[in-house]
Write a protein that binds this ligand. Structure first.
Ligand code: HAM
Length: 445
């Protein structure tokens, strides 16, 4: 006999259950509504792509690509019917690129791939796209950090890199956060320069880091060679004072980047957007140029970045497309929901009407009215089997119904319904038309 087993969700993944899922849906729906008012359209992307797409876009020296991707072989069936995961010691570059695929750790690379693949550069104006869905990173799970997490993101691609685009994207983000009641949020902005000025700054930073190497931890020491900018991300308390002494990118931007950043700040002021400059905001993905930003929110502990984004003017070209500018962001939905739920989450309408029917004669009337109410958009629970009156009302209460609609033989005989408001016991007898009208007016109020 097969051994009995109970299964649990894999570490770092979780189920989002009702009623929480209703709040998630409301958040995502609100995001769609806000983004569409700014002219963005939904793009539905694959969950997995060639690993090489992520390696080239995000950078192979980043934590995301180097350590956190779920990668597996997907050879043609006739070659190897039993795909095995790549051995960790074998560099990805030794494998045939098209046969190594990864669950997406983020979606910007996929959006850019789709933009090129579908020749979207021929579309009029800027191409504005948003996406909603799960991403996968093999990180150590903790509050606000999961291995399957969710993002709502938006990207603008086109010929212009006007700072007004950056500012409008930030305005849109903050409009959404206000609409969903995310409070205590803080916007941090920075410019990390372009391919002209950043390499020079990175060298300067590298030599600055060499001078203090002995005082740094192992991770930062390693990053001096691989990716010195990432040292600025360090959260180690003992490294903070040292980092403050390092050269700052803001003092080494080229004229064009300085002007771009200055104009961005003017544009933010014009829109009444409050922000703080943070010279250490370099972000963990390699594709960024110039503007980078992050938003933090209350109630999240150490994983308090609820959104991150920035400009990536070279990425389309890097992936084989025409020279194109790009900017975007991704909101961590898990974190946004944590913060909203710790604050004042809205009370979403739940179950509207519980149909308390009694007696075989009442059943057909109950079935008919339940269907009519549902057609009018009312959430209705119709017990599949007859229940005692008291039990029925008890269940209606436990399910959080606003009303019990009582249908007994009296009601069937008189062609009326008794509607009982469960919060205060208010009870009224109504004809079918009056009932539909009454519930409709209640729904609108
Ligand atoms: P990111 O900063 O890697 O940027 O992720 C954006 C947001 O996703 C983070 O601020 C965080 O809220 C959430 N997030 C990231 N990892 C996790 C995790 N393991 N668990 C829960 N939430 C997480 C990007 O992904 C870029 N693609 C953003 C972008 C779009 N840049 C330009 N366009």
């Amino acid at each position: 006999m097969t051994e009995k087993r109970q299964f649990r969700a894999i570490k770092g993944t979780r189920d989002i259950l009702p009623p929480d899922s209703a709040l998630w849906n409301w958040f995502e729906r609100t995001a769609r509504e806000v983004f569409e008012t700014y002219g963005f359209g939904d793009i539905r992307l694959p969950i997995f792509e060639e690993t090489d797409l992520f390696a080239r876009s995000i950078g192979s020296d980043t934590d995301v690509v180097g350590k956190e991707m779920y990668t597996f072989l997907d050879p043609p069936r006739d070659l190897d019917p039993l795909p095995r995961p790549p051995e960790p010691t074998r560099p990805l570059s030794d494998l045939i690129p098209r046969e190594v695929i990864s669950l997406r750790p983020e979606a910007t690379a996929s959006v850019v791939r789709a933009y090129i693949e579908h020749g979207m550069h021929t579309l009029p104006g800027n191409v504005k796209l948003y996406y909603v869905g799960p991403m996968f990173r093999r990180e150590r799970p903790q509050k606000g950090r999961y291995r399957q997490f969710y993002q709502v993101g938006a990207e603008v691609l086109g010929q212009s890199d006007a700072p007004a685009i950056d500012a409008e994207v930030l305005e849109m983000l903050l409009v959404l956060f206000r609409r969903v009641g995310l409070t205590n949020i803080k916007l941090y902005v920075n410019s990390i320069g372009c391919k002209e000025c950043r390499p020079k700054y990175v060298e300067l930073l590298r030599s600055g880091l060499q001078r203090v190497k002995d005082k740094l931890g192992a991770d930062s020491q390693r990053r001096i060679e691989t990716n010195p900018l990432r040292v600025l991300d360090s959260k180690l308390p003992e490294e903070q004072a040292i980092i403050e002494t390092l050269p700052r990118i803001s003092d080494h931007l080229c004229g064009d980047c300085l002007a771009h950043f200055a104009k961005l700040k003017d544009e933010l002021k014009l829109r009444g957007i409050e922000y703080e400059e943070n010279w250490r905001l370099v972000r963990g993905l390699d594709y960024y140029t110039r503007t980078t930003f992050e938003v933090t929110a209350a109630g999240l502990g150490s994983q308090n970045a609820v959104c991150g984004g920035g400009r990536y003017d070279g990425l389309v070209e890097l992936l084989g497309g025409q020279p194109t500018k790009g900017i975007g962001f991704a909101i961590g939905t898990d974190r946004a929901m944590l913060s909203i739920q710790e604050g004042s989450a809205p009370k979403l309408p739940g179950l509207g009407v519980f149909v308390a029917w009694m007696g075989a004669k009442a059943y057909p009337a109950a079935v008919a009215i339940a269907r009519k109410l549902r057609e009018c958009g009312v959430a209705v629970e119709l017990p599949p089997e007859e229940m005692k009156f008291k039990k029925s009302l008890g269940l209606a209460d436990k399910l959080g119904a606003r009303y019990a609609l009582i249908i007994g033989e009296d009601e069937v005989a008189s062609g009326t319904y008794t509607l009982k408001r469960l919060s205060d016991g208010d009870q009224r007898k109504l004809s079918e038309n009056d009932l539909l009208e009454y519930l409709e007016s209640e729904r609108r109020s």
